[in-house]
Design a protein around this ligand. Sequence first.
Ligand code: ARG
Length: 465
Amino acid sequence: MGKKIASARITTESSRLLKELNDSLPFDRELYREDIEGSKAHAFMLKEQGIISKEDYKKIVSGLDRVKDEIEKGIFSLDGDDEDIHMAVERRLTEIVGDAGKRLHTARSRNDQVATDFRLYVQNRNRELANLLLNLIESFLQKAAKYHNILLPGMTHLQHAQPINLGYHLMAYASMFKRDYERFVDSYRRNNLSPLGCAALAGTPHPIDRTITAKILGFDKPTLNCLDTVSDRDFALEILFNIATMMMHISRLSEELILWSTSEFGFIKLSDKHATGSSIMPQKKNPDIPELLRGKTGRTYGNLVSLLTVMKGLPLAYNKDTQEDKEGVFDSVRTAELSLKVLKEMVDEMQVDSEAMERACNVGHLSATDLADYLVKEAALPFRDAYHIVGDVVNYAEKIGKDISELSPKELKEIDERIDEGAAAVLDNRRSMEARSSEGGTSSSRTLEQIEELRRWLKEAKKSL
Ligand code: ARG
């Protein structure tokens, strides 16, 4: 038998098993800072509104400071028998300050308390993850600027398609991370409303002022409807979705880095810091870090689907099912923070073999489209005819074991007389990359333009956080 669950009504001791199922202290102790912050704001408002005395307020605040200090010093260990972090903090507070501690819960329920604590936690993490993303984007911009002249085979279907430059490739990821950043910021702005003062589900008869607590806690204002607020977990779902999407991007990048570090590609070398060996094969250097980033993406999807499923059948308002909201969010947040930090370090320190990348452009007839475009422009051929002529050129090159960029003007003319002298020049891979100079394209000047635009954006974004 365990200690009685918080209740005025239940007289018998709770069964051990019920406590094991019910108690959230083992995981919601992560919210102790937010819980104490929320309680201090609530106490201040109660004092301002004349609901508790100044003396009680002073005792409560100094008591809460002491509880926090005790938690941080390990004096109050948060592994006791309390049901959750809210009950634990209130119990310890009351032990320290006596009756004043018992007045703290006036005009408050654990339903608005947990909604407030958890929202504060999620809002702080939205900001933190957004900040980490800005650091990552900065690294990508630096690398992109450094590599905007390095040729690389651009792929579709994982087959060589057209020459691009490495900076352009990195800017594709910078663009994804920018959207990820914007999602965290959007969620932050949308959800910056205070649940505190909603009490159990319907508000309270006490003369509270929710705007006071909202302001102290850094929210824009109170939420609109208490019934919604105590059972709403959209803010948690949003951060889970934002993290899952960001991890999907990180996973795609990881997959490319893994491929690029194989002997087949040989485009990059990960720093020894970010690779491990094998216990049996002495020659091995394995890309464990990007593999783990790719692998950890799975759990962040799981956490999202798990909470969506928890929420789908809940009638208004608070139901204990929602206690299941926290562990998945804590796990996704931890995963996301670590992944962003590791990824930045890995990208900063990886070595690029630019020669291997450029060599790879000589395989797969990357400039075939350029020849077709040339015939459209210079020989005034319809694109579909030009396309078929170039098909013949590719077949010829394949037969003699060359890349089309290696064919001479004479060979080209022999394949089809409509191909004139000037055509050979457009088969050059660098020229092909530079020719794609339409807006958003890969030419080095367009790449630099994209880098510039994101640099300007980054400067503003840093100011606004
Ligand atoms: N530990 C609970 C949770 O995380 C706190 C709210 C409990 N409220 C209640 N009425 N039982 O959701």
